[in-house]
Design a protein around this ligand. Structure first.
Ligand SMILES: Cc1cc2nc3c(=O)[nH]c(=O)nc-3n(C[C@H](O)[C@H](O)[C@H](O)COP(=O)(O)OP(=O)(O)OC[C@H]3O[C@@H](n4cnc5c(N)ncnc54)[C@H](O)[C@@H]3O)c2cc1C
Length: 525
């Protein structure tokens, strides 16, 4: 049997960029996932499709009412449930089960990982964000630059530059909806107020093209992000993997669930279950790069030691979702060309922790009305009218807190194969009321009673299960991602994060994985 130079587990952002960094070596990619289904009927634009197509029920709701699943089943992200998007995390409860109280996260089992459904917000960690990491922003800078040039990033240098950093190669930002163009001009008139509150607003940095880039076309405002995978303008690691497969740079094997690994003298043996045949397989490589997502990478590390006792730390960004309304827009016509991607970001210093919190601001025309309907306080009939007339007048501010390590947030493997994953709930913080005060001063209607708090793991920013340390101990990694006690096993996903600021983590997963993949490739030179 072949012994590859490098075996990469997974195909999400961590795995894909590790493989991309190790280009030129013989690379085996073992991925539990499958690929996106074709969906020819969802071409074009949500608004026009709804007006013109005969029957969109199978594509938008699904023959088995897939899009309505949150009404009677444990809630999952609205992005992971429609008929063509559910493949991203299909069958994870059976194949990679989590035992948890009210877990609202998901495990990706797909080529490209959770980043097939992501919001594509890409942010560099600065020195403060990386405090506690054994790598600096200078170490990561060339890898952020290379990853950014590969994926293409749109955005602007604006009031958030001190927080997001300067990026000379940004494509122009997405066009704002009328609601958020107005929001931005209200902010611009109140800058001094925001400055006093140590808050600022600006355009998000998105891995979404507004100009053609590397054979991919620009975003066309189809507003189908909740329903259609693989919009060419929105980066997914599946694009990079497909490019590497086409170029012969990688041996990609899907439907392979890696369960454990064992180090031998000159190689690593990797055990995987072929999900198509049920057969147990052994694969061989000189080095192993683990990128199965922070939860599943932890599961593989624990399983490889048959360890059913140890509790590993786990991080996620707790969220608070704050709806707000501009009453003068009630009943306004919906825009034909819109987006459900983030329109703006807010960054504000949290006085309690002294750390910034970050929020993404969205319109509400992307998801189904039924996703919002049942969280409103009136009768069903009144809520129906509310969602119809209020949609053009409503914005949603999704506030992310830093992930905090504590004894109640942990993962542990059970002998049954289930991974216990508990995330301590985040209590409300004063910063939420400060945000609400600012929104009101801008002329929007909102109230603390409207705040929604998604449940355990709903941030889907999993990290920190096998953290990088300067002097690593058991179940920790060194600055090269090497897992303590191993010579040939390296962690390339969010599992190796030393901490989790309130800033979306995936661009840092990519840059760090690229760095580790490149380092591993040079080992053979
Ligand atoms: C709705 C949504 C919105 C998001 N928005 C943003 C955003 O705007 N910005 C941001 O930074 N992040 C965002 N995220 C989070 C982002 O998608 C994740 O941080 C990122 O995908 C994690 O990358 P990863 O490589 O660590 O793992 P994953 O993306 O989880 O990928 C894991 C990979 O490993 C494979 N795999 C799993 N287990 C095994 C196994 N045992 N054997 C073999 N293969 C395995 C899977 O098939 C998958 O390919 C969002 C996520 C979601 C769902």
């Amino acid at each position: 049997m072949d012994c590859f130079d490098i075996a990469v587990v997974g195909s999400g952002p961590g795995a894909a960029f590790a493989a991309y960094g190790a280009r030129g070596r013989s690379i085996l990619m073992l991925d539990a996932g499958g690929d996106a289904p074709p969906c020819p009927e969802l071409r074009g634009n949500a608004y026009e499709l709804r007006q013109g197509a005969d029957d969109l029920f199978p594509a938008l709701i699904g023959e088995h009412f897939e899009s309505l699943r949150n009404l009677n089943q444990p809630a999952i992200s609205l992005k992971l449930k429609s008929p063509y998007m559910s493949y991203v995390a299909r069958d994870w409860r059976r194949i990679a089960p989590i035992a948890s109280q009210g877990f609202e996260g998901a495990i990706a089992l797909s080529k490209g990982g959770l980043a097939n459904a992501w919001g594509a917000g890409v942010y560099r960690f600065n020195a403060a964000d990386l405090a506690g990491f054994p790598v600096s922003s200078e170490d990561l800078r060339p890898f952020y630059d290379e990853a950014g040039a590969h994926i293409g990033i749109s955005g602007a240098q604006d009031d958030l530059e001190p927080h997001f950093g300067r990026d000379e190669d940004l494509q122009p930002p997405l066009r704002l909806s009328a609601f958020f163009a107005d929001f931005l001009s209200r902010y611009e008139k109140r800058r001094p107020l925001f400055r006093r509150e140590r808050a600022a607003i600006g355009r998000p940095r998105l891995a979404v093209l507004t100009q053609p880039h590397h054979g991919r076309s620009a975003y066309e405002y189809g507003n189908l992000e909740f329903f259609r995978p693989h919009d060419p303008a929105i980066y997914t690691p599946a694009f990079t993997i497909d490019e590497m497969i086409r170029g012969g740079g990688i041996d990609y094997r899907g439907a392979r669930l890696v369960t454990r690994f064992q180090e031998m003298d000159e190689r690593v043996e990797i055990r995987a279950r072929n999900l198509a045949t049920g057969a147990e397989e052994i694969h061989r490589a000189r080095q192993l790069l683990l990128g199965a997502g922070a939860l599943n990478t932890a599961r593989i590390a624990l399983e490889s030691n048959s360890d059913f006792e140890t509790r590993l730390p786990v991080l996620d960004n707790p969220m608070a979702c704050i709806p707000f309304f501009q009453l003068s827009r009630v009943g306004e016509a919906l825009a034909a060309k819109d987006t459900s991607l983030a329109q703006l970001n807010l960054v504000m210093e949290d006085e309690e922790s002294g750390e910034p919190v970050q929020a993404s601001l969205y319109g509400t025309t992307g998801p189904l009305r039924s996703d919002i309907l049942f969280s409103l306080p009136l009768s069903i009939r009144a809520n129906l009218a509310w969602t119809k007339y209020l949609a053009p007048a409503m914005g949603l501010l999704m506030l992310f807190y830093p992930g905090r390590a504590n004894a109640s947030s942990y993962v542990r493997l059970r002998p049954s194969g289930e991974l216990e994953a508990e995330f301590a709930p985040e209590p409300p913080h004063a910063v939420e009321r400060r945000v609400i005060r600012l929104l009101r001063k801008m002329g929007y209607v909102t109230h603390p009673a409207l705040i929604q708090r998604p449940g355990s793991g709903a941030g889907l920013h999993f990290a920190g299960t096998l953290p990088m340390r300067t002097r690593p101990a058991r179940y920790e990694t060194d600055s090269t991602g090497r897992l303590w006690g191993t010579r040939r096993a390296f962690v390339v996903d969010g599992a190796c994060f030393s901490r989790l600021p309130a800033k979306n983590l995936t661009f840092t997963i990519m840059a760090n994985a690229l760095r580790i993949g490149r380092l591993r490739a040079t080992e053979f030179e």
